[in-house]
Design a protein around this ligand. Structure first.
Ligand SMILES: O=c1ccn([C@@H]2O[C@H](COP(=O)(O)OP(=O)(O)O[C@H]3O[C@H](CO)[C@@H](O)[C@H](O)[C@H]3O)[C@@H](O)[C@H]2O)c(=O)[nH]1
Ligand SMILES: [Mn+2]
Length: 532
């Protein structure tokens, strides 16, 4: 609402897919708060204009007169936040609030999966009386919960967005839509004007289908422990039946001949909350890899749909993501088979002195050096790069594998699509560990057993490899196994935080004892079977 944009031309919609009266209450409070907050923002050119983000950073108003106003504004905000928090704690709204317009829409028996449609215009911009405390016009503010019934598929985010577009066409019918997820906030009050420039461009504006900003996270630890700064694409979501509705919609828009713009201004437009536990991050990647693989196997396959419509480079660009899920199979192979063969003394790779060693070395070293240089140039650190390598391996053996399995089950008709929503908050202790970059495993998951078993297995194999080195006498005798020892050593090195969580750490964010026992069991079984 506080964007630097004519309020008459701006309408804000909040889609509450759970249809909760508490969310409505929050928005109702915000509609009152806006009457003071908007003038304050304009007077002092406040940035960012999300009050939560603004007040969590230090004060930048200097003179004394301003600072009293600043303090009273902060007070007003905190009082509102407290009221909302206590209502959430209570789990319901007090009866006396029900006299206000809108609240009577809720009745007992309504749940997040079973509720009638609710549309409430909290501030109507068309109404002359909708003004802030300085007498300036306010933008329209609408709450909407689309109808949901257990017997009808609701199509997740894409369904919610489509319902929103239909409703908004009756209320404001704007030619341009800005979509922002509930776990993001605006960090730049100029973004709407910035993006409009592309649509309004006299020469190229007619071809522009959408403008996208990169997905940037506010809570990324310095070395990006979960490898999250990946730029997920656009915010236009419409196409059903796919967990990555934004990607498929973007692809369709491109295939219909529209161009898109990617802008990454120095002052970030939007900041969001990234998952802060390994479990959440892995689940999110499972959904993404599954969605992309599904696209590849459907009629929307970028290579088929895009043929002759979009450039080969763009088709391939889409495909990289489509191959995330199937990539789990070679990843698993490289993490397990060479190490098991090392255990048994079978050589799989050419010797270092053989000419066949050169292509192996070239591809492996080339790929990783290129990746390292690229990420350093994008402002990452060495440790950040190493962490992201670890994340790719962990995702490969869990998220992507689960993505393949889920896609197959769906193709065979055994299961339906799901959308596991990413958690939006984390508890205090966990955030402290996150800041210190200690891996937070989060809620127990079968994925951890896979990760830990691979880690344990490689530790066994490495010990056996090193033992051979000593017993079988010297380095040269082991030359045929050299690459496998090296690979196994690297796998162990990248899994160091896993061993730490299995055996050393005692905090709540670490791995449970059951995972330690299960993984030890599986790793021993695998090595035993190999030796026999
Ligand atoms: O049934 C649903 C599920 C999700 N959402 C909304 O969809 C958005 C994204 O959900 P979130 O749980 O935050 O998932 P993420 O993995 O963080 O989302 C990423 O991945 C999605 C595709 O999987 C993209 O649509 C998002 O833009 C991108 O940020 C949020 O605003 C949700 O409120 C709904 O409205 N209804
Ligand atoms: Mn999200």
């Amino acid at each position: 609402m506080a964007y630097n944009y004519p309020p008459k031309k701006l309408s804000v919609y909040l889609s509450d897919d759970a249809g909760s009266v508490l969310t409505f209450y929050g928005l109702w409070e915000a509609s009152h708060f806006a009457k003071c907050w908007l003038p304050f923002c304009k007077r002092y050119n406040v940035e960012p204009r999300s009050p939560a983000a603004y007040f969590s950073k230090s004060c930048d108003l200097r003179d004394a007169r301003d600072s009293t106003e600043w303090a009273s504004m902060k007070n007003l905000y905190e009082e509102m936040a407290d009221r909302i928090d206590s209502m959430v704690m209570l789990g319901k709204i007090p009866e006396e609030l029900r006299v206000n317009k809108g609240f009577s829409e809720w009745s007992s028996g309504m749940t997040s999966r079973n509720h009638p449609p609710i549309v409430q215009i909290l501030i109507d911009g068309r109404d002359q009386g909708s003004i802030d405390k300085d007498g300036n016009a306010l933008p329209t503010l609408v709450y909407m919960a689309r109808e949901k019934r257990p017997q009808h598929h609701h199509h997740f985010k894409a369904g919610a967005l489509n319902a929103l577009i239909r409703a908004s066409s009756e209320i404001s019918n704007s030619p341009v839509i800005l979509n922002m997820d509930c776990d993001m906030y605006s960090n730049n009050s100029e973004s709407i004007r910035q993006a409009s420039c592309f649509f309004l461009d006299e020469e190229k504006g007619h071809d522009i289908g959408f403008v996208q900003y990169p997905q940037v996270f506010d809570n990324i630890s310095k070395n990006d422990l979960y490898g999250n700064s990946l730029n997920v694409i656009s915010q236009i979501g419409l196409k059903y039946d796919c967990a990555v509705e934004d990607v498929i919609t973007g692809l369709l828009i491109h295939c219909r001949g529209w161009k898109s713009v990617f802008i990454n201004p120095p002052r970030k437009a939007f900041l969001g909350v990234a998952p802060t536990t390994l479990a959440e991050s892995l689940v999110q990647y499972k959904r993404w890899s599954e969605g992309h693989f599904q696209i590849f196997l459907s009629k929307y396959c970028p290579l088929i749909l895009g043929r002759g419509k979009i450039k080969l480079g763009l088709q391939m660009g889409y495909c990289i993501f489509c191959f995330w899920a199937p990539n789990s199979l070679p990843t698993l192979y490289y993490l397990v088979i060479p190490s098991l063969c090392l255990l048994k003394g079978i050589s799989l790779f050419p010797e270092i002195t053989s000419p066949w060693f050169v292509p192996f070395a070239f591809v492996t070293i080339g790929k990783h050096v290129y990746g390292l240089v690229e990420s350093l140039r994008c402002g990452s650190t060495m440790a950040g790069w190493w962490n992201s390598q670890r994340m790719w391996i962990l995702r490969g053996t869990t998220s992507f594998l689960y993505g393949v399995i889920a896609t197959m089950l769906k193709l065979l008709g055994f299961s339906k699509m799901g959308f596991t929503i990413t958690a939006k908050v984390s508890d205090g202790d966990a955030s402290k560990r996150y800041e210190k970059e200690v891996m937070e495993f989060g809620s127990s998951s079968s994925m951890f057993v896979i990760i830990a078993s691979i880690a344990m297995l490689n530790l066994f194999c490495l010990m056996r490899g090193l033992q051979r080195l000593v017993v079988d006498g010297g380095f040269m005798g082991l030359e045929p196994l050299f690459i496998q020892i090296l690979l196994c050593g690297l796998i162990v090195a990248i899994h160091l935080p896993i061993y730490e969580a299995l055996f050393i750490r005692k905090d709540k964010g670490s791995l449970p004892l059951s995972v330690t026992f299960l993984s030890l069991g599986f790793a021993m079984l695998a090595s035993m079977l190999t030796i026999v």
